[in-house]
Write a protein that binds this ligand. Structure first.
Ligand SMILES: [Zn+2]
Ligand SMILES: [Zn+2]
Length: 223
């Protein structure tokens, strides 16, 4: 068993190969990697460009890894602006039970908060029941309306966690499911309501997008 708890930080480029090996090894050994997906699992440098790859260090060695997309991009699956997605969570079997998986998920939530995301989503295989208990302990709820099949025959379950109290499009209470029209509007439109305090935002359209200001919580922008 490891002697220390996990320390989580952004992956360094020198660790990409190790993260690729660990991620592919865990997915393949548990039967979750089709040949095409194994290639995607190994694209750590690409994930760390358009998203963030975090590593968990236990006793100084990489013992787990995860990808969190907080600003859209190719790894963001079903997320719309203002939503984060957690992907490819792996923990070395040698340190399972040490809290490493939870430390990685909590670090992803922190990154999502820092980037102003209101919701964190993830998809998981129905058989990953240990991971499901971990997500539920942290506060994630099942979101059946986000269950999906990325490949024929590969059904994934949706989970999500709301980080902010209010929907910034409709001003009603934010929830992991529902708000379908708001999510479509978020692709194009600036927020109307502050997701932290439910004040009306002062919106300005700029040459590159928009800014939206809450007198209490400051300015958000599209870029
Ligand atoms: Zn809404
Ligand atoms: Zn506010």
């Amino acid at each position: 068993m490891p002697t220390s708890t996990a320390f989580v930080r952004r992956a360094e480029p020198s660790e990409y190969d190790g993260v690729a090996e660990l991620t592919a090894r865990v997915y393949v050994s548990e039967g979750y990697a089709s040949s095409g997906y194994e290639d995607a699992l190994r694209q750590v440098a690409s994930r760390d460009r358009s998203a963030q790859v975090l590593v968990a260090l236990v006793d100084g060695a990489v013992a787990g890894a995860v990808t969190v997309a907080t600003r859209g991009g190719e790894w963001a699956e079903q997320a719309v602006p203002g939503e984060a997605v957690i992907r490819m969570l792996v923990v070395d079997p040698a340190v399972r039970g040490s809290g490493t998986g939870a430390a990685l998920v909590r670090a992803c939530i922190e990154r999502a908060r820092e980037d102003g995301c209101g919701v964190v989503r993830l998809s998981t295989d129905p058989s990953m029941t240990t991971a499901h208990r971990l997500y539920e302990r942290i506060g994630f709820a099942r979101t059946p309306s986000y269950d999906w099949e990325p490949l024929p025959g590969l059904r994934l379950l949706g989970y999500a966690l709301a980080l902010l109290p209010w929907c910034d499009q409709c001003g009603e209470a934010l929830s992991p499911e529902g708000h379908d029209r708001c999510r479509r509007m978020a692709e194009l439109d600036p927020p109307r309501w502050c997701a932290q305090c439910r004040r009306r935002m002062v919106v300005q359209v700029t040459p590159t997008g928009w800014t939206a200001k809450c007198v209490e919580h400051g300015v958000r922008s599209s870029s």
